[in-house]
Design a protein around this ligand. Structure first.
Ligand SMILES: *[C@@H]1O[C@H](CO)[C@@H](O)[C@H](O)[C@H]1NC(C)=O
Ligand SMILES: *[C@@H]1O[C@H](CO)[C@@H](O)[C@H](O)[C@H]1NC(C)=O
Ligand SMILES: *[C@@H]1O[C@H](CO)[C@@H](O)[C@H](O)[C@H]1NC(C)=O
Length: 424
């Protein structure tokens, strides 16, 4: 048997509902009235300022216009970034943080906006800007690249750049990075032949080990001759993170198969996240092939009479994060017959040939020397004054073994003081 329960609204409830409906109705009417007003006057925000709060980071802030009609609730702001890259967004707040390169200056505008049903009202714009930092064109560092890597549990950072083409010889560059709220200056620079810094190495940093977020890098400089323009770059961490190479790589030949095994790189990513590339080089046939592998081992049919060298590198698969860089290659591993290779034979031949050449050259040089002394024996310097002589013939007869050589010299310049220095 079923019991049907019927709820009959009491009189109190009906009155309450009516009051509620009335309230909603009047609120809608009020809003509609406001929206129907032809002129909703929105005033632009006041005191709009841009402040640099970190490397490549600015805070935009403004105040609501104090003369704004207080009947208009739910006012929002439209922020427009003009330089360096155009961007447009709305916010109910009166401030906004932006991460942007600042070496070319920064400018933005903001306006008050109000959405009402399907209508949209907006104020005029107010703008503010940061001037580009001073510096002569062509003096900033160029082609700045950075790579991160997990080293002994810390994230290391390595950056390189080139000297600007108009940077004077006495230019010195300085590198800073910012990750989140941490900013650090480089302590270990590499220098070029003019002693200018062209690379930097941070063995440990405050960078997130999972490779999330952005890294801001700033390279500025100084010179006694001209102002050096700074350079900013933002890097997506996943794009510059280089995983370590695979470890414990082993290879053996079983029958006619080459069996290779390895372990995943030292990394925060689990085993399933890695893709590998194996480079196998047949030393005897001078032939190499590259195989793409998922997993930590594989085997392939080979020629067991050849010697092979192989190396492996790793990268993180896109299912675990956006694609980054390949690791360095692992150390070479050698497997197979260790027969004397063509290379050693060839080296031996080259060595022999070189030795022969030397012996022959020495012999030849000796012969030439002997001949030379025979052809041009040392001439005794004349002791007599020869100033008055217009032409002098020096006959000299020398006897070397069987050969008789006659040397005839013509002294053409009567003004010569020192005959010892003249060359016949
Ligand atoms: C805007 O800045 C001026 C000068 O600093 C200040 O006097 C004024 O009170 C500010 N306005 C608001 C609404 O904060
Ligand atoms: C910087 O990179 C550009 C483009 O990749 C290249 O053309 C230029 O030669 C590089 N500059 C230097 C100094 O290597
Ligand atoms: C380089 O930038 C750093 C960090 O912004 C700053 O402290 C330093 O004074 C700047 N150096 C030069 C030479 O501009």
């Amino acid at each position: 048997m079923r019991l049907l329960l019927l709820v009959v609204p009491s009189q109190d409830m009906i009155i309450m509902m009516m009051i509620f409906l009335f309230l909603i109705g009047s609120a809608v009417a009020l809003q509609t009235n406001l929206c129907l007003e032809e002129e909703i006057l929105l005033l632009p925000p006041v005191n709009f300022t841009i402040i640099v709060t970190g490397l490549s980071k600015v805070l935009l802030h403004w105040k609501p216009n104090p003369n704004q009609n207080p009947r208009i609730k739910c006012i929002k702001y439209n922020v427009r970034i003009n330089t360096p890259d155009e961007d447009d967004y709305e916010t109910p707040k009166t401030q906004s943080t932006r991460v942007n390169v600042l070496h070319g200056g920064f400018s933005a505008s903001v306006q008050t906006v109000f959405h009402c049903d399907s209508s949209f009202f907006q104020s005029s714009w107010v703008s503010a800007e940061l001037q580009a930092p001073p510096g002569a064109p062509g003096t900033s560092a160029v082609n700045l690249t950075c790579v991160t890597n997990i080293l002994r549990g810390d994230v290391s950072l390595h950056c390189t750049w080139f000297v600007g083409k108009n940077a004077p010889e006495d230019t010195q560059y300085f590198l800073f990075y910012r990750f989140d709220i941490y900013t650090e200056e480089c302590q270990e620079y590499k220098k070029d032949s003019w002693n200018r810094n062209i690379a930097c190495w941070f063995p440990e940093t405050a960078i997130d080990r999972k490779g999330r977020g952005q890294l801001a890098v700033h390279v500025n400089g100084s010179s006694k001759k001209i102002a050096i323009k700074p350079l900013d770059r933002l890097f997506d961490l996943h794009a510059i993170d280089q995983v370590n190479p695979p470890v414990n790589v082993t290879a053996k030949i079983e029958g006619n198969r080459l069996v290779i095994q390895w372990e995943k790189p030292v990394s925060n990513f689990p085993r399933k996240c890695f893709d590998y590339e194996v480079n196998i080089y047949n030393i005897r046939k001078d032939y190499s092939q590259i195989l793409k592998i998922q997993g930590n081992s594989f085997s392939l049919v080979i020629d067991p009479t050849s010697k092979y060298s192989l190396k492996i590198r790793a990268t993180v698969h896109f299912t675990c994060r956006k694609n980054g860089l390949w690791s360095e290659w692992s150390q070479f591993i050698y497997v197979g017959e260790d027969e004397p290779t063509h290379l050693t034979e060839w080296l031996l031949a080259v060595l022999m040939a070189t030795a022969c050449f030397f012996v022959f050259s020495l012999f030849f040089i000796c012969r030439v020397c002997q001949l030379w002394t025979k052809l041009f024996p040392p001439i005794p310097a004349p002791n007599t004054q020869v100033k008055d002589l217009f032409l002098s013939n020096i006959y000299e007869k020398t006897r070397f073994g069987e050969t008789e050589i006659e040397v005839i010299s013509y002294l053409e310049d009567p003004g010569l003081d020192n005959l010892d220095d003249s060359v016949f």
